[in-house]
Design a protein around this ligand. Structure first.
Ligand SMILES: [Mg+2]
Length: 505
């Protein structure tokens, strides 16, 4: 499907925000609710000993869904047994040395392995999982853990150009690989339909899938949603149950939405979800999938993206790529951004400009060709405001490369969150400098994006207003000419506008 730039941003945000919520909650899993305003950080630890910024089983089980759907996007349909088998085999491989396989998922995987081996096969099929899950349900009478809802988000990205009813049906099939209970199947369907709508329109509408359920079930779910909107995440003490996990996630989103919007809403919702306690990583992962779909990749704070990682050895950029490719629906493309090794700027004229920031000689301002001089100049951290290939900054560790999506355009609809992103980029320069690093701040030709961020940063370090900082920057970068949207942003900041944390645009 061809997406406009904002839809593309939102598709890219689904898995990144989901993983960010997951990693944010990991250090608090099974803990009691936290007081209002308590600080929530990517501290890691928790009962399973995760590293800081490491995601857990929620994202690790979602990634195989995303990868299998991506591999099949130009071939078989997403619901084909071959795709489902690809998914369950990846889960089985992950579970062999995972830190935290959920109880229900773990027993379904073990039973599926037994079914395969009883049939003389050394590898599991999707049918083994579906049968094992159905058996678990009929033996226990309940199989409505939150383990299928937590991983369901990628499916929505593969259904942007198909009707929501087919998405609802497929979400039930993927849920039933481990979670047969109708509550689990319907929760996955409702959440996927909401994610699909959010990516396409930017709207947060958890009721979007209700008309696709039988009327009696729609009424049950409407009551549950209304209760979530009168409650807080901490009110759902049994959030290991899929229904309360959905209610906890939606109550966090709804409550935070009463006082925030845009990137601030994404952040406040995920923090609120984690403060709700107990299954914190899962409630925040569920909320994150929908929040990323509504607010986009550009709304996920850099400090959350910076070191985000997890099984199978992926980082935020990989999740951003997976989300975009899934949404586009034409498979994995190794030779175009964002998977390509290099981004070609050879037609862009003068890209080799490189000067020192007038207010801080530990910051270089440059064009994209300055990247070739990183090692020579002893640069330890790079803040990039243009697209780069995965091998374009070979000498700097990935956690010291901050990349921001911002197009040099004043048109509404070309940039997701331009004000937030530019301020985040300035804050990234500040952060790297506080760590004692020498920084290169660059875009393609250092004419619009770089001077804008440089002016925001200069205003902060020199204690002057951003327009005055821009004048100083023009003395070293005479071609500096921020576009009118960026200039407006500098003027707004000049007038004492709220900071990035509270002002999304
Ligand atoms: Mg988890």
């Amino acid at each position: 499907m061809i997406l406009n730039p904002l839809q593309n941003d939102r598709a890219a945000g689904v898995l990144v925000a989901m993983a960010a919520g997951d990693a944010l909650g990991a250090g608090y899993e099974f803990g009691a609710p936290l007081p209002d305003g308590a600080e929530v950080t990517m501290k890691g630890g928790g009962p399973f000993g995760f590293a800081p910024s490491e995601w857990t089983d929620d994202t690790s089980m979602a990634i195989p869904i995303a990868q299998a759907l991506l591999e099949s996007s130009s071939a078989a349909g997403s619901g084909s047994p071959a795709v489902l088998t690809m998914i369950v085999r990846a889960w089985a491989a992950w579970a062999t040395d995972a830190k935290d396989v959920g109880a229900q998922t773990s027993s379904v995987i073990a039973a599926a392995r037994r079914l395969a081996s009883a049939a003389g096969r050394d590898k599991v099929h999707a049918a083994d999982f579906t049968a094992a899950a159905a058996d678990f349900h009929s033996c226990t009478g309940r199989s409505a853990g939150n383990g299928s809802l937590m991983r369901t988000a990628p499916l929505a990205l593969a259904y942007l150009d198909r009707d929501p009813a087919s998405l609802m049906a497929e979400a039930a099939v993927v849920s039933a690989l481990t979670h047969t209970d109708p509550d689990a199947q319907e929760a996955c369907g409702l959440w996927c339909v909401a994610i699909r709508k959010a990516v396409l329109t930017g709207e947060l509408d958890v009721r979007a899938g209700l008309p696709l359920l039988p009327p009696g079930r729609a009424a049950v779910w409407l009551k549950r949603i209304e209760r979530a909107e009168r409650s807080r995440p901490r009110d759902f003490e049994h959030n290991g149950w899929v229904v309360e996990a959905l209610q906890g996630a939606w109550s966090a989103i709804h409550l935070a939405g009463l006082s925030t919007s845009g990137p601030a809403h994404l952040r406040a919702s995920l923090e609120e979800a984690v403060r709700g306690g107990r299954d914190t990583d899962t409630v925040a992962a569920i909320a994150g999938g929908l929040l990323g779909a509504a607010h986009g990749y550009t709304a996920v704070p850099f400090e959350w993206r910076r070191s985000l990682h997890g099984w199978p050895g992926l980082h935020a950029r990989d999740l951003m790529t997976l989300g975009m490719e899934l949404a586009r629906g034409d498979g994995r493309r190794d030779h175009v951004w964002p998977r390509a090794a290099h981004q070609d700027y050879s037609m862009w004229g003068r890209t080799d400009v490189l000067v020192k920031h007038p207010h801080d000689d530990g910051v270089w301002l440059g064009g994209v060709r300055s990247l070739a001089r990183v090692a020579e100049l002893g640069i330890d951290a790079v803040v990039s405001l243009c697209r780069l290939g995965v091998e374009d900054v070979p000498d700097v560790p990935s956690c010291d490369q901050a990349t921001f999506w911002v197009v040099d355009s004043a048109e509404a609809g070309d940039n997701g969150q331009p004000g937030f992103v530019l301020r985040e980029a300035s804050a990234a320069v500040e952060l790297f400098r506080s760590e004692g690093k020498t920084v290169l701040l660059h875009c393609v030709r250092a004419e619009s994006r770089t001077p804008t961020v440089a002016a925001l940063y200069g205003a902060t370090v020199a204690g002057i207003d951003p327009l005055r900082a821009l004048e100083d920057i023009r003395r070293v970068l005479p071609a500096a000419q921020p576009n009118r949207l960026f200039l407006k942003l500098l003027v707004k900041t000049n007038a004492g506008a709220p900071t990035a944390a509270t002002n999304p645009t």
